[in-house]
Structure formats: structure tokens, C-alpha cells
Write a protein that binds this ligand. Structure first.
Ligand code: SF4
Length: 183
């Protein structure tokens, strides 16, 4: 019989880490750039993140130890690469992050509707732990450098808590104010 991997020993393939970012979501955030993305958007800012066999593997617990060691963090952002192509280990990491009282945000090239349409319990579990989701592929023709937290006009910054409460997609206002704690 095969030995079951404990949730915290699961591996995440990682492209890079930014331990204290102020541009990938509200406040000081630990940003985990996962490795692997099948979207291949024209004009992608991070094409080195596409290959699924590049980057390096880290365990959920190693990543969480790093997060926990920084008391200045308001939250964690999953970026990429495509976080929703490594859902199961990210669910394990997300549980630790939420239990520690940190906020959780993720980027995805998939839309929220595409992710819900998977009808996949792990995907739903991850979505249900998010405070903020920036969704949709990057579309070069809709690029806009003035947008906050997103690169192209089609992408949405979704308030996941209100979306779950209201049962329909609720967006954050585009004019984020630094003085307002959003998440
Ligand atoms: S979803 Fe993001 S990481 Fe993937 S190709 Fe598009 S812009 Fe690049």
C-alpha cells in the first residue's frame, strides 16, 4: 500500500518568491509565484513560469515557515504561473495561512466561472478561502498600465467574501485607496 503524503509535506513547484511585496495586493504581502502555466498569453510578464518542469519544488510547510517568520505580513498572494494548476498543495498551504489570520489573494488566468465550472472539490475549497481573486488571462490588446493589481482591462479584482455572500460576482472599486484596509 502506498504511503499517503501528509498535507504539509506536499510539494509546490515554485518559480519564485517575493517575501515582502507592496504591489501584488493590499499591504505587505508574501508572494508565491508558482511554476507552470498553460495559458501562454501573448505579452505575458513572466514566460519563464510556463514550463511545468522548471523552477524548484518546496514543501507546503517550508513555505509556511517562511511566511510565519515575518510578523509584518498582512497576507499572502498566489501568483504565477497558474496557481489553479497546482490546486491541491495550495489548498493545504491556504488552510495554514487562513488559520494564522492572514488574508489570501490569488491570481488566475482562468475566470471565476471557469473555475467553478470544473466542479472540482479542491478548486472550490481554494476559492472558498480566498479574500480576493484577480481573474482572467492577460490580453495584450487590453493592456492598461494605470490599473491596480491587474494588467489588462478584461481582468477583474473580485471581492470573494461578498461574492460568496451575494451569490454573484462582486468587484472591488478600481480606485483603491491606500488608507482603506481592503483585505
Ligand atoms: S496567465 Fe499569467 S503567467 Fe500565465 S501566460 Fe497569462 S499572463 Fe503569463
Amino acid at each position: 500500500m502506498g504511503k499517503k503524503t501528509k498535507a504539509e509535506d506536499m510539494n509546490i513547484r515554485v518559480c519564485g518568491i517575493e517575501p515582502e511585496s507592496i504591489v501584488d495586493g493590499p499591504g505587505f504581502r508574501y508572494v508565491l509565484f508558482v511554476q507552470g502555466c498553460s495559458h501562454h498569453c501573448l505579452g505575458c510578464h513572466n514566460p519563464e513560469s510556463w514550463a511545468v518542469d522548471a523552477g524548484e519544488e518546496m514543501t507546503v510547510s517550508d513555505i509556511f515557515e517562511e511566511i510565519k517568520s515575518n510578523p509584518n505580513l498582512r497576507g499572502v498572494t498566489f501568483s504565477g504561473g497558474e496557481p489553479f494548476e497546482q490546486v491541491e498543495p495550495l489548498v493545504s498551504l491556504a488552510k495554514l495561512i487562513k488559520d494564522a489570520g492572514l488574508t489570501l489573494m490569488s491570481y488566475s488566468g482562468y475566470t471565476l466561472e471557469e473555475l467553478r465550472d470544473r466542479k472540482d472539490s479542491a478548486t472550490d475549497e481554494l476559492l472558498d478561502m480566498l479574500d480576493m481573486l484577480v481573474d482572467g488571462r492577460y490580453i495584450e490588446a487590453e493592456r492598461n498600465l494605470t490599473l491596480v493589481y491587474r494588467g489588462s482591462e478584461n481582468q477583474r479584482v473580485i471581492d470573494m467574501k461578498k461574492t460568496r455572500e451575494d451569490g454573484k460576482v462582486v468587484l472591488y472599486h478600481s480606485d483603491f485607496d491606500d488608507d482603506v484596509v481592503i483585505i
